[in-house]
Design a protein around this ligand. Sequence first.
Ligand SMILES: NC(=O)c1ccc[n+]([C@@H]2O[C@H](COP(=O)([O-])OP(=O)(O)OC[C@H]3O[C@@H](n4cnc5c(N)ncnc54)[C@H](O)[C@@H]3O)[C@@H](O)[C@H]2O)c1
Length: 442
Amino acid sequence: MNLSIFGTGYVGLVTGACFAEMGNKVTCIDIDEKKINQLKKGEVPIYEPGLEGLVSSNCHQNRLTFTTSSSDGVKNSNIYVIAVGTPMGENGEANLNYVFNVAKIIGQQLSETSIIINKSTVPVGTAQRVKDIIQVELNKRNYKCKFSVVSNPEFLKEGDAIRDFMHPDRIVIGTDNEDTERVMRNLYSSFTMKNNRILIMGIKEAELTKYAANAMLATKISFINEIATICEKLDIDVDEVRKGIGSDNRIGYSFIYPGCGYGGSCFPKDVKALIYTSIQAGIDPVLLKSVELRNEIQKELMVNQIFEKFGDDLSGLKFSIWGLSFKPGTDDMREAPSLTIIEKLIGAGAIIHAHDPVAIHEVKKNIPTAWQSKLFCSEGDQYSIINNSDALLLITEWKMYRNPDFNKLKTLLKNPIIFDGRNQYSPQELKEIGFIYKGVGR
Ligand SMILES: NC(=O)c1ccc[n+]([C@@H]2O[C@H](COP(=O)([O-])OP(=O)(O)OC[C@H]3O[C@@H](n4cnc5c(N)ncnc54)[C@H](O)[C@@H]3O)[C@@H](O)[C@H]2O)c1
């Protein structure tokens, strides 16, 4: 099949590379010239394990091409995928401007019976609005052409995106058209050979499924974070409680690790957008509001622990941070808890030396001027940043930080203090070798 994908970010590029890998001919379109030029040169602008190899082999076999020109990008194609960003709007709503711009462009180019697949995370009713925009453009041209708009939300995880796309838990397809359903089943058949994991449903149901899934995962995280707070007050080991509840199949072990809050480009904005949708529908989303509030509290937890230990004025103190990206396996810094922590510590006068294996270039892109003489970043040796720090803060649980040389750390730190924002280390062991340890709920 011939596909044109609008938006060459995390979702668009992974989708394009994976569909091309299955023998389809894919053109990825983006308005970001720098990104497209990089991709044309074989450079992948984001860090995603396995993506570079996949992009490169499919480009060499002429199944995957990149362009900034929408008219070139849609030639010979009758399947259009929308994978542009839907960032948070001023009031927490999803900003749909990018989606609607693409709908307009598609309406201006459409020349034969086509399917428009919406992969961006969008509120209920968006497919209908996309359909209306395309129709308006067709009317302007006085052109008659059949088309249908499908909701096909994406569930991939950054850091594991290729595996998730190639071996999906499920493929949600929201459509009201039988011919479209058949084409969509064909398109995804290569990913569902072993197991038929395609769920066909109504368009609005598919749109809401994506928000409900992210809100559920965010809820699990906020839930365990609240349990961790209770554990701390009652002097209970939260890790034992975590295992005790995770072993129940109905609950499961995923997403119940206490930590310094969720971040990324999805959970924060999607929970907010669902709150907005609920309020618009006349519902007070008490649970979702609490999920969000608990996360805000959680992002400040480590800062409060530091204030408790060192006082509110951190002038003259230096802190080392391990891990900046919002989670391991990605360079994505969007809504990363590390940013909140760094902002508060620098605001209180501290100097920060931070290490991350892949996200430093992303941090440097958006660093506020006020941080420039206060935040120093490195992706080299993780121990080289420690030099005489007043404490070490673990924020992102990259594997390389899991089993550090604590004796070496002790000699490098001014004070043997660790703030463990992801409960990676054993408090007992650290205390035995002379560390002061503060984790989440312990
Ligand atoms: N990142 C994830 O893990 C993930 C997972 C599932 C779903 N989603 C959803 O998928 C959507 C895309 O997310 P992302 O993380 O890939 O975003 P992104 O910001 O990484 O990429 C979006 C891309 O769209 C491009 N773009 C904007 N307007 C365009 C236009 N008119 N034509 C062509 N390109 C255009 C931008 O330049 C950018 O490169 C969002 O709705 C997001 O919520 C993201």
